[in-house]
Design a protein around this ligand. Structure first.
Ligand SMILES: C[S@@+](CC[C@H](N)C(=O)[O-])C[C@H]1O[C@@H](n2cnc3c(N)ncnc32)[C@H](O)[C@@H]1O
Length: 316
């Protein structure tokens, strides 16, 4: 089974392949701290992924444009330096072929960068989830499927008269090989757990049953539905980027899918949420985006982080 779209094969029946731009095309424009291998690159992922060493990355998170058929601008409060003129973030208008070629190139170019224990998470919504599932099956193999995560974001999308309110995105996770890294995460204690494990001593919470002690291992293991609120308009994390994701979402993904001190890559980084989360969790990171606004905001956010050390590069 495979997905077909105009342009996937040429007239001779040859499957299209992306052409990464060679390494010499990225140049450093700023060094912050001691550099340390972390890279924020202003450029198209096609010009950047070819500069990432093969098998050097533990986890790739991709949050591409969702094909909203809109132009996205910075949120009102962040337009201060531009007065009333909306500052463009990125355009999200595509033909079928352009959009599928874009996603196909992303998956094809990201895969070689992953270590054998690495994995990729593609974050999309109802518009592209079926297509991305087919693309990931084709590039990684259906056996490498790890999870279809549902990010239940709660806020926003509050009007619908002819369908159920759309309140989730879909994050498809695939491993490079069957040996993908995974660390089980536990959520907060539920009220029922707190009632049940009602004793506590220096070893922690526990319950007694028929004279036997049972120690509490923590909250319930995280499930494939991630109930994490989207950023409210007044949230302190908000930097104004229109499609900024909450740090908590990235922290869960990074902690679960990359080892401590591993390397995380985000080829459509927007305001740099993945890099900020990776920095806080002690992972190395590589992030890129062709939007000047995105790189400006990501630089500001990363500069404000403790222990910051990275280079800003320009591709092409
Ligand atoms: C949904 S947003 C990412 C938001 C980000 N996760 C955050 O928290 O701010 C998608 C991003 O893809 C970027 N993008 C569009 N075309 C691209 C390309 N050719 N290469 C890399 N990134 C691209 C857009 O500029 C936009 O910032």
């Amino acid at each position: 089974m495979q997905l077909l779209w105009p342009g996937k094969f040429d007239a001779a029946g040859v499957r299209r392949r992306p052409e990464p731009v060679p390494a010499a095309r990225c140049r450093v424009v700023r060094v912050i701290g001691k550099g340390d291998g972390n890279r924020l690159v202003h450029g198209d992922f096609r010009a950047v992924l070819g500069t990432v060493a093969e098998e050097s990355v533990d986890f790739v998170y991709v949050d591409p444009p969702f094909r909203t058929e809109r132009d996205h601008y910075l949120k009102q409060s962040s337009r201060k330096h531009n007065g009333a003129t909306p500052q463009p973030a990125y355009s999200d208008r595509w033909t079928d072929a352009d959009y599928l070629n874009f996603l196909d190139d992303l998956v094809a170019l990201a895969r070689p960068a992953l270590r054998a224990t690495g994995s990729i998470a593609m974050h999309v919504d109802h518009r592209a989830s079926a297509h991305v599932r087919c693309l990931l099956d084709e590039h990684f193999g259906p056996d490498r499927f790890i999870n279809e995560l549902i990010w239940k974001y709660g806020l926003g999308n509050a009007t619908a008269s002819r369908h159920f309110l759309r309140k989730h995105d879909c994050i498809l996770v695939y491993g490079k090989t069957a040996r993908h890294y995974f660390k089980k995460q536990r959520g907060d204690l539920t009220a029922a757990q707190q009632r049940k494990y009602c004793h506590e001593d220096e070893r922690g919470r526990y319950m007694m049953s028929y004279g036997k002690r049972y120690d509490l291992k923590g909250g319930k293991p995280l499930e494939s539905v991630l109930d994490i609120p989207a950023l409210a308009a007044t949230d302190a994390q908000r930097c104004g980027y229109p499609t900024q994701k909450p740090l908590r979402l990235l922290e869960v993904l990074i902690e679960s899918l990359s080892p401590p001190a591993g390397v995380v890559m985000d080829p459509c980084c927007g305001s740099g949420t993945t890099a900020v989360a990776a920095q806080r969790l002690g992972r190395g990171w590589i992030a890129c985006d062709p939007s000047e606004t995105a790189i400006e905001l990501a630089t500001q956010r990363l500069e404000a982080e403790k222990g910051r050390a990275f280079v800003v590069e320009r591709a092409g």
